[in-house]
Design a protein around this ligand. Structure first.
Ligand code: C2E
Ligand code: CA
Ligand code: CA
Length: 668
């Protein structure tokens, strides 16, 4: 109930911008009938042209009667009719052309009073003419006209029965009275017919009103059905927000109503760990979480914002933003809402979200729908970048993202071809036991020798492979190739293979690694899989299953690039890691100093307590080697010892070490 209220508070009727689609409200027939009737009453009679013709005819005919009879009172009547009709015409014009269609009640009452007065004057002039001039042409003209116009009045004011009756009575009563009081039997007959005629006209007017009301109600009902169908097609039943179809139109409506100092902001909000929630707590709980999050979004979104669920766990917000900091504040609030625990099946569940933001280029209204679609693409791209950056991150779209995307698309196509054409190789970089200086293992590092671009670094193409899903094929091939090479080395030499999160989450990941080991005839204890903290951003349960299964088979894990993320210590205690690889930014580079030294020492101490190896990456000088050894690192890796080498060179290195019986450091 609270959710409905919150969303409704920020919404208008479709297609005016709203938080989500307005709910379909069953109006009562009585209420809508009353609305149609009042609409008819307020609009039907306001026809200035017919009013002018009628009034002019009344003035002219009364004028003729006055002139032909010379009766003063008829001149006065003609003048009164002219005056009343002119004022009524002016008021009628104001009523008709007041563009808001909501003129004040006072104006309407004035109009009604004038209509009654006019009928009264026309009726009076007919009665007077008959009374003063007796039978003759003047009477024929004025009485005939009064009777005739009374039927016109009945039609014109059909929607207002009280007005019809009073006008008809005022038009015919004077003539009726004069006829009744006369001594002519013909006029008595006319007097007898006049009430019947009046009643007939009231009946016709009532009939007209009923038919018009029914017709209008029928067409309004039809329009409402169309609107409801549109709403249902454009809304998401789970969250109660728009779906992707409805969102574009609703966002376009926001775009059109932007003020001159505002930009359109489009936010792509992506929940973390939603899949795990679904798997762990069931789909009903997942739906509840989505609904709850939709409600929280509604609470922090600005007024007039449009909210949508873009399938799965992606949410969209379109809104007007007047300052750049407004977008940042909004993102902060959304992230805070996503980090507030959800209660599902009696348990606290934490998810979190990251956000991609796109802002319209110009300030002021955004007109074409195509612009909304562009913003949507940009927000998607920004969201992708936010996701890569890690948990609870926000990224604003920049044109470089587009260029990077184009480049990565080209690269993806080339990489696909390269895998087919065998342009890729696996190189091996030795990992050294710092106490003995001997090779402990080799880390497999993929290399791509591009026929035109030369050697491409993994950092250039691994992210592309990850995004496109190619990493699964590529990663399988790397594991197989590396395992085969390792099987040819002495038994005490291990193999480290890097695994991307996408590889681990792919169905049958554990089976794939086991198959590679089996095919190469390699003991699982010789393999160490290197994973980074990025793995834990999204999906803890699948990761845990994979790691537990591999660990049970005897495979070990290393936490790679330690120190580049944020919350590593938590993962070290929660997952079966055997090695921590301290990122090379702690060994060399601008950040290096007493602080990085203290961090390395803290990590090595923890490693010693937990019985883990701590490997220093990126060792390039003897001083660095001494420094990390003093700090307590057990393993080291870097150009000081060797770059990554092709398999035959790695084998040669091992041969040399064995033949010479001395550590690699001395030979470097
Ligand atoms: P990483 O796992 O941290 O790998 C170590 C990187 O540091 C390698 O770069 C290596 O060549 C480089 N390196 C080693 N010693 C030194 C040194 O003394 N100084 C400097 N400046 N650099 C050194 P590489 O091969 O370019 O790999 C980059 C990253 O690409 C890797 O970082 C890893 O995350 C990823 N990667 C490489 N091969 C694979 C693979 O087969 N599968 C997956 N999933 N990722 C891979
Ligand atoms: Ca690595
Ligand atoms: Ca690393």
């Amino acid at each position: 109930m609270t959710r409905q209220k919150t969303l409704r508070d920020k919404s208008f009727e479709y297609p005016v911008p709203s938080a989500g689609p307005a709910t379909v409200s069953p109006e009562t027939t009585e209420a809508s009938k009353a609305a149609v009737e009042s609409g008819l009453a307020q609009s039907l009679h306001v026809q200035p042209m017919t009013l002018a013709i009628g009034a002019a005819a009344a003035v002219i005919l009364t004028g003729i009667a006055a002139l032909s009879s010379g009766e003063k009172s008829l001149f006065v009547m003609a003048g009164l009719i002219a005056l009343t009709a002119t004022v009524k015409l002016v008021v009628g014009l104001v009523l008709r052309y007041r563009d808001d269609g909501q003129p004040g009640a006072g104006l309407r009452t004035t109009y009604l009073v004038l209509a009654i007065l006019l009928a009264a004057f026309i009726g009076l002039s007919a009665g007077l003419t008959l009374h003063l001039t007796g039978p003759g042409y003047a009477t024929l003209l004025v009485v005939g006209f009064a009777t005739g116009i009374s039927s016109g009045i009945a039609m014109r004011h059909a929607a207002n029965q009280a007005l019809v009756i009073s006008q008809l009575l005022l038009c015919v009563t004077p003539t009726f009275v004069v006829c009744l009081l006369s001594s002519s039997w013909e006029l008595h007959a006319y007097a007898a017919l006049l009430p019947l005629l009046t009643m007939a006209m009231v009946g016709i007017a009532r009939d007209l009103k009923t038919r018009l009301t029914d017709q209008i109600m029928a067409s309004e009902r039809q329009a409402k059905v169309v609107r409801d169908v549109q709403l249902q097609a454009g809304s998401d039943p789970v969250s109660g927000l728009w779906n992707r179809t409805g969102f574009i139109d609703a966002a376009a409506a926001v775009g059109r109503t932007l003020r001159a100092n505002e930009r359109m902001g489009l936010l792509w909000v992506d929940l973390h760990r939603f899949r795990t929630v679904n798997d762990t707590y069931g789909h009903d709980a997942g739906d509840r979480l989505l609904r709850e999050f939709a409600m929280r979004l509604g609470e922090v979104a600005p007024r007039n914002a449009v909210l949508a669920r873009y399938g799965g766990d992606d949410f969209l917000i379109a809104c007007a933003l007047d300052t750049p900091s407004a977008a940042e504040t909004l993102c902060k609030n959304i992230i805070a809402q996503s980090n507030r625990p959800f209660r599902l099946n009696g348990e606290r569940v934490e998810v979190g979200a990251c956000i991609g933001v796109a802002l319209s280029a110009q300030i002021g209204p955004v007109m074409p729908t195509a612009e909304i679609e562009t913003l949507l693409r940009q927000a998607d791209l920004a969201g992708y970048n936010a996701r890569l950056a890690g948990r609870s991150e926000t990224r604003f779209f920049s044109p470089e993202m587009s260029r990077a995307q184009t480049r990565s698309r080209e690269l993806e196509a080339e990489l696909r071809a390269a895998i087919q054409k065998d342009e890729l190789s696996v190189y091996f970089q030795p990992i050294i036991d710092l106490s003995s200086g001997k090779i402990r293992a080799f880390e497999a590092l993929v290399r791509w020798f591009h026929p035109e671009k030369g050697e491409l670094r993994p950092d250039q193409f691994i992210p592309v492979a990850e995004k496109s899903g190619l990493i699964i094929t590529l990663g399988n091939w790397i594991t197989h190739t590396a395992a085969r090479a390792c099987a040819t080395w002495p038994d005490h030499i291990g193999l480290a293979v890097n695994l991307s999160p996408a590889q681990i989450r792919a169905p049958g990941a554990a089976l794939g690694v086991k198959a590679a080991l089996h095919k190469a005839g390699l003991d699982p204890s010789r393999l160490e899989l290197e994973v980074t903290e990025m793995l834990f951003v999204d999906d803890d349960d699948n990761t845990r299953h994979f790691m537990d299964e591999m660990a049970a088979a005897g495979v070990r894990f290393a936490l790679d690039d330690f120190g580049t993320g944020t919350t590593s210590l938590k993962y070290i205690s929660q997952f079966p890691f055997h090695t921590i690889k301290v990122d090379r930014s702690f060994i060399s580079g601008p950040q290096i100093g007493p602080k990085s030294d203290a961090i390395i020492r803290a990590v090595t101490e923890m490693g010693a307590t937990l019985g883990m190896d701590v490997c220093a990456e990126g060792l390039e000088t003897a001083e660095q080697v001494d420094m990390v050894r003093d700090a307590g690192c057990t393993l080291g890796q870097g150009y000081y010892y060797s770059r990554a080498l092709p398999d035959h060179m790695a084998a040669k290195l091992l041969d040399e070490e064995r033949d010479l019986g001395r550590p690699l450091a001395a030979s470097a």
